[in-house]
Design a protein around this ligand. Structure first.
Ligand code: IPD
Ligand code: CA
Ligand code: CA
Length: 262
């Protein structure tokens, strides 16, 4: 890999945590008969992966801050830099034995994401980007798609589950968008959704009520692949709000117009 020292630290950490998660993922299928057992097992796998990431990332850069889904926030001596980590994005897929989940690691500097890694360990797909260095899938440079016609375009979102109050809003967005596009997918990993936009596998993605750790790495990967990523509500802060809309440049306005209700 040709990235910076920090990027190499991130990749090493992602691969190490990935090995642990892949091992646990193989076990999950055997536990399906006991739903409670499987749920507890996955929580332990998630926490074990976060510990590996914490040891690797904070071990290598002890003065950087830390924000992660399971372990919360730790300030660093250097207030300008922090790791933003989701050890397992796509937990429901993992629990159901679906091989679509990832580790997400971002490095933030002065409020901007400067490097991101999204690692789909089950498929050995490592998406990464660094400011000014482009976005990559393993050794291949990524570029968002150039599809401009809505009727040919494929999108992804997250449909609120488990009684969340924002379901009607998402259903309205789907009702506006679906008649004029080639389809909307709900894969269950926001980090991979953004990596897939960067890879040109679909044209755009939007979701609300996410957290910074779901989307921080994806943001730089999309942008370095030439895509646009904006707050869903214009003028807001993407990471603070946990609401994002991203797409290739040529389709962004048409897509965002429909999603936002234009
Ligand atoms: C979830 C995934 C999912 C999104 C959820 C997230 P988790 O993260 O990114 O796609 O729709 O809102 O919470 O819980 O699997 O880390
Ligand atoms: Ca997540
Ligand atoms: Ca998670």
């Amino acid at each position: 890999m040709h990235g910076s020292a920090n990027l190499n630290i991130m990749i090493k950490a992602a691969r190490k945590a990935g090995r642990s998660l892949v091992k646990d993922f193989r076990e999950v299928e055997n536990l399906q008969s006991s739903m409670k057992g499987a749920g507890d097992f996955v929580s332990r796998a998630d926490i074990a992966a976060e510990k590996i990431l914490h040891d690797e990332l904070r071990g290598a850069r002890p003065n950087y801050g830390w924000l992660a889904e399971e372990g919360g926030e730790e300030p660093g001596e250097d207030p300008t830099r922090r790791w933003i980590v989701d050890p397992l994005d796509g937990t429901t897929n993992f629990l159901h034995g679906l091989p679509h989940w990832a580790i997400s690691i971002a490095l933030e500097h002065k409020g901007q994401v400067v490097a991101g890694v999204v690692f789909d360990a089950a498929k050995d797909e490592l998406f990464w980007a660094e400011k000014g260095e482009g976005a990559w899938l393993n050794e291949t440079r990524l570029r968002v798609s150039n599809r401009a016609r809505m009727i040919e375009a494929l999108f992804a979102t997250g449909v609120p589950f488990g009684g969340r109050s924002d379901l009607p809003q998402t259903l309205q967005e789907l009702a506006r968008l679906m008649p004029s596009c080639a389809g909307v997918r709900r894969w269950g990993s926001a980090a991979l959704d953004m990596a897939y936009v960067a890879a040109g596998r679909y044209e755009g993605f939007w979701e609300r009520r996410l957290n910074a750790w779901d989307i921080a790495a994806g943001l730089i990967i999309v942008r370095e692949a030439g895509g646009l990523a904006d707050p869903l509500r214009e003028g807001r802060d993407i990471l603070a709000d946990g609401e994002v809309i991203c797409a290739n440049e040529v389709i962004f306005n048409k897509f965002a117009g429909l999603v936002r209700g234009g």
